[in-house]
Design a protein around this ligand. Structure first.
Ligand SMILES: Nc1ncnc2c1ncn2[C@@H]1O[C@H](COP(=O)(O)OP(=O)(O)OP(=O)(O)O)[C@@H](O)[C@H]1O
Ligand SMILES: [Mg+2]
Length: 378
């Protein structure tokens, strides 16, 4: 046997073997009259890292718990290659779970916590010891392995939870906001560690988070949810640069949402006007009438660009090291947020420009606002 995760050694049986595809078909979950998840269909490739992203209450944990087998489905089915697995209890699916609250046994040492699942699976003693050694080394907890959870920092406890999940050599690891209890520095370190483990072990990971940056930096693909419904599935670059609707745009950092009317343009471009502004942007499905122009603060630069110019007065300039984060207002009193390396100060009047392809013109303004609020609160 070579080191690292290998297949087919556990009595849990075929669930530990590698697979090509984990497929959810029309998965739905209701709680009484409330639909927490609706028609969730997704194909996850073996060894892919998928993030489920969305604000609180959008159904992320519900989706994960349906995958794990902790929640029965109301509709739909789940398949691992040709095998239907939503009818199997959690232990027969053999997925590793890492919960937000670690859920470690407080009266057991780190080693015993990690060994527990393997012992439940009746893995032979020598093999348990070998797998615990391996998992302890992978998450770099060697010097802490004989401590109790209460003697560990939050980050160390979280690593125990991860070690416990990967010691089972699961085909799929499910993680529900595993970093949300950690401080900012540790979160950044653990992000990289989880991604490294995922790659080194060839895991398939489904990772729940409400943090856009976390999802963008870790995942191969993102699934953006809103009220139980998938809005967009795509690579980080696709979701970041080409949000399919104003909700996703709002959630992904298009903080400037300017109410406008479409006054011209074609299928590719939309010319929009409102509140004294006139902009040309990328047409994302509008023809005429009321629309919203979505612009990221970091896409606005000082100086007219591509024929787009917005005159503003600086109100607040926050220092962020290399850049200032600025809130400004137009003459008609609309707030515009931008970032700039230039040292502007309250009262300064500047013209902001933005390339046409960085102004997205969508039809539905209310969804975008809701998403910006959710994104800022999360
Ligand atoms: N046991 C339950 N009974 C009734 N409603 C529930 C139950 N669990 C979840 N819900 C509801 O289902 C919806 C989705 O919940 P879920 O826990 O999946 O959200 P989430 O995206 O994980 O949110 P968070 O980021 O806050 O963890 C919510 O509106 C929630 O109130
Ligand atoms: Mg949740």
């Amino acid at each position: 046997m070579t080191a690292g995760v290998s297949s087919g050694t556990s009595p849990a049986g075929p669930s530990t073997s590698r697979f090509a595809e984990l497929r959810l078909e029309g998965v739905g979950r209701r709680y009484g009259a409330q639909t927490a998840l609706e028609d969730f269909s997704l194909s996850i490739k073996g060894s892919e890292f998928v993030a489920l992203l969305g604000p609180s209450g959008c159904g992320k944990s519900t989706a994960l718990n349906c995958l794990a087998g902790l929640l029965p489905l109301t509709t739909g089915s789940i398949h691992l290659d040709d095998r239907r697995i939503d009818t199997l209890p959690p232990e027969r699916r053999g997925f590793g779970m890492v919960f937000q609250n670690y859920a470690l046994f407080p009266h057991m040492t780190v080693r015993k916590n990690i060994a527990f699942g393997l012992q439940m699976q009746k893995v032979a003693r020598a093999e348990v010891a070998r797998r615990v050694d391996e998992a302890v080394a992978l998450v770099q907890l060697g010097e802490h392995q004989h401590k109790m959870p209460g003697q560990l920092s939050g980050g160390q406890q979280q690593r125990v939870a991860i070690a416990r999940a990967i010691a089972l050599h699961p085909p799929v690891v499910l993680m529900d906001e595993p970093l949300s209890n950690l401080d900012a520095k540790l979160r950044l370190e653990m992000r990289m560690e989880i991604r490294r483990l995922h790659q080194d072990l060839g895991l398939t990971t489904v990772y729940v988070t409400h943090d856009q940056e976390e999802a963008l930096s870790m995942a191969d693909r993102l699934v953006v949810l809103r009220e139980g419904v998938i809005q967009q599935v795509g690579t980080p670059q696709e979701v970041y640069e080409q949000p399919v609707n104003s909700y996703v745009a709002g959630f992904m950092g298009y903080r400037n949402l300017i109410d406008v009317d479409v006054t011209g343009g074609d299928a590719e471009h939309a010319v929009v006007e409102g509140g004294g502004l006139r902009l040309t942007g990328a047409n994302r499905g509008v023809r005429s009438g009321a629309a919203v122009a979505a612009i990221r603060p970091e896409d606005l630069v000082i100086g007219e660009t591509d024929g787009n110019g917005i005159e503003v007065t600086v109100r607040i300039a926050e220092y962020h090291g290399r850049e200032l984060s600025v809130e400004a207002t137009t003459e008609q009193g609309r707030s515009i947020y931008f970032r700039t390396p230039e040292r502007v100060a309250p009262g300064d009047r500047v013209v902001l420009g933005v390339p046409r392809h960085r102004v997205l013109v969508f039809g539905d303004a209310s969804a975008a606002r809701e998403a910006v609020r959710a994104g800022l609160e999360s």
